[in-house]
Design a protein around this ligand. Structure first.
Ligand code: BTN
Length: 224
């Protein structure tokens, strides 16, 4: 079951959700959705610009026990979104791209046993409000009920994910990935390397000088 709380404006839906965790019903997915955020946050403490026109949502899931890999929940969420909007490509681990430009991002945090899935998407955001960012950005375009559709898409995938992990979704993720096996990429933590794929745990598989490595943390800083 999904419960949605809608707010006009908030600092960050992530922080607002953290303040409400004790009031949530663990049997439901609760989502906090705001029309704008004054202190939207991205991964690694970056600012996530959040003017009117975008989708800003945090979904709280109550998950008992350990998750296979933290990062896999980010990938699963990306896939839930890409299933709805076929133009979206997934840049491991948390970026949503259209034609190599960032259209949104995902931020996963935990306050065990709660998992907070933050989703920000430039939907009809005026592009001038996003000027000056360190990477090219774009918008998805009008998409009625996108927030609810994402939650329903995720809700549908969750039982299998919680039982079997990321493995059943690995191939579909790769099909929607911004990179294909053999692509040259630059990973901030490793430098120039070859994209080999995504593992069944949701890790980034790369090779450097023929040596294979699986990363569960990192950032791809270059795309072809
Ligand atoms: C990223 O691109 O690094 C992740 C962006 C995540 C942004 C969303 S918007 C809703 C939620 N509230 C926040 O402050 N951040 C996430």
């Amino acid at each position: 079951m999904i419960e949605i709380i809608r707010l006009e404006s908030v600092g960050s839906t992530q922080e607002a959700m953290k303040e409400r965790l004790s009031e949530l019903d663990p049997s439901k997915i609760t989502a906090l959705i705001a029309k704008e955020q004054s202190s939207g946050r991205g991964r690694e403490g970056r600012v996530f610009r959040s003017p009117l026109g975008g989708l800003y949502m945090t979904a709280a899931l109550h998950i008992e026990g350990p998750l296979q890999k933290h990062i896999a929940l980010s990938l699963l969420t990306g896939l839930a979104i890409a299933r709805l909007a076929p133009r979206i490509r997934l840049k491991w681990p948390n970026d949503l791209l259209i034609e190599s430009k960032k259209v949104g991002g995902i931020l996963i945090e935990t306050r065990a046993p709660w998992w907070l899935i933050g989703i920000g998407i430039n939907v009809t955001t005026p592009l001038e409000k996003l000027e000056g960012l360190d990477q090219p950005v774009t918008t998805l375009g009008a998409f009625p009920h996108l927030d609810r559709k994402i939650l329903e898409s995720l809700e549908k995938m969750l039982p299998q994910f919680l039982n079997e992990g990321f493995a059943p979704f690995q191939q579909e993720y790769l099909q929607k990935s911004a990179f294909s096996p053999g692509d040259e990429i630059i990973v901030r933590e490793r430098g120039r390397c070859t994209f080999e794929g995504i593992t069944t745990l949701g890790e980034l598989s790369i090779s450097i000088d023929g040596k294979r490595e699986d990363l569960h943390f990192g950032e791809i800083s270059f795309r072809n």
